[in-house]
Ligand binder design. Structure first.
Ligand code: PSZ
Length: 290
């Protein structure tokens, strides 16, 4: 894609460069968002921008743009890049300042960058389901902040990648937290169970969409800690994220989940999730067909 946003302006993507002393580059001192685009329209944009503001404020970065300004800029970027189906990546850092762990004392302008990428819906994986591995959650205790510091997540994802798996399911001792870049759900006796949104996981926007459609369709939900034993004993397992939507999990650490194919509750939630997309972004021409 040809254009990017840099500090409130749309410029050629190749011109969007960062300084070596940008605190995002040196320390991961910033936060980010990924927003899904279908049919040239952002899905759950308000929720993503709210979380972006919340993440920034939680580390003391004040956004120098209003949410309305940001929305307008992102919409303009989608048009300029002629993006139909893909993602917008957006990040803000504390800005450029001589390297020092403590925050700059003088006023520094935060650096904002956004660009787009074409990303198709992962329809094949959505239909067949994906394999996962388990790994100890070695991250810090503020996983609710969508921080640029992703080493823990990267090490987990890499472990999955070398095993030929889609995702690594993280656990703190016996308690399942979340994937390296997704939230994890189990289904037992028709009840959807997922970790409560506290400091140990990211409060996924997709997770929230799923919880909303469950509430309006009389699907019972328990937001609570569940264990590795409950995961092993689940009827269905799935993950959610902005790009993976409602993704069935058919294997955990080499063992089949229940029957080894996407279960009925997962499939129903995929259907309801697609309906939410269509409400906001218009018809999908690549619906998940079983
Ligand atoms: O493109 C990708 O693979 C994406 S886009 C967003 C994600 C992956 N993951 C977001 C995420 C995450 O990084 C962690 C640690 N937990 C949960 C999620 C899911 O959050 P939402 O639903 O807001 O994308």
């Amino acid at each position: 894609m040809r254009f990017a946003i840099l500090n409130g302006e749309i410029i050629e993507r190749s011109e969007a460069k960062v300084d070596v002393e940008d605190r995002g580059y040196q320390f991961g001192d910033g936060v980010y968002e990924v927003i899904r685009v279908y049919n040239g329209k952002m899905f759950t944009a308000t929720e993503h921008l709210n979380r972006f503001v919340k993440s920034s404020e939680s580390i003391g970065i004040t956004l120098p743009y209003t949410q309305e300004q940001l929305t307008k800029l992102l919409e303009e970027l989608i048009v300029k890049n002629n993006l139909q189906v893909g993602t917008i990546y957006m990040q803000i850092t504390r800005g450029i300042s001589p390297r020092n762990h403590a925050f700059p004392t003088e006023k520094v302008m935060p650096s904002l960058v956004a660009y787009t990428k074409e990303v198709a819906r992962p329809v094949e994986n959505l239909k067949t389901g994906v394999k996962t591995i388990l790994t100890e959650d070695i991250r810090w205790l503020r996983c609710d902040i969508k921080s640029l510091n992703l080493l823990g997540n990267l090490l987990a994802k890499q472990k999955a990648a070398v095993e030929g798996c889609f995702e690594a399911i993280q656990h703190r001792s016996e308690d399942v937290t979340e994937g390296s870049s997704s939230n994890i759900f189990i289904v037992k006796n028709g009840i959807v169970i997922t970790h409560q949104s506290d400091n140990l996981i990211l409060k996924g926007i997709s997770k929230d969409v799923i919880l909303q459609v469950c509430a309006s369709n009389n699907i019972e939900v328990e937001e609570r800690i569940f264990t590795l034993d409950e995961l092993a004993d689940a009827d269905e397992v799935f993950l959610s994220s902005t790009t993976a939507e409602v993704m069935p999990i058919i294997e955990v650490d080499g063992k089949s989940v229940a029957a080894g194919f996407p279960g009925p509750v997962t499939r129903r939630l995929q259907e309801l999730f697609e309906q939410e997309i269509e409400k906001q972004c218009g018809s999908l021409n690549d619906k998940i067909l079983y």
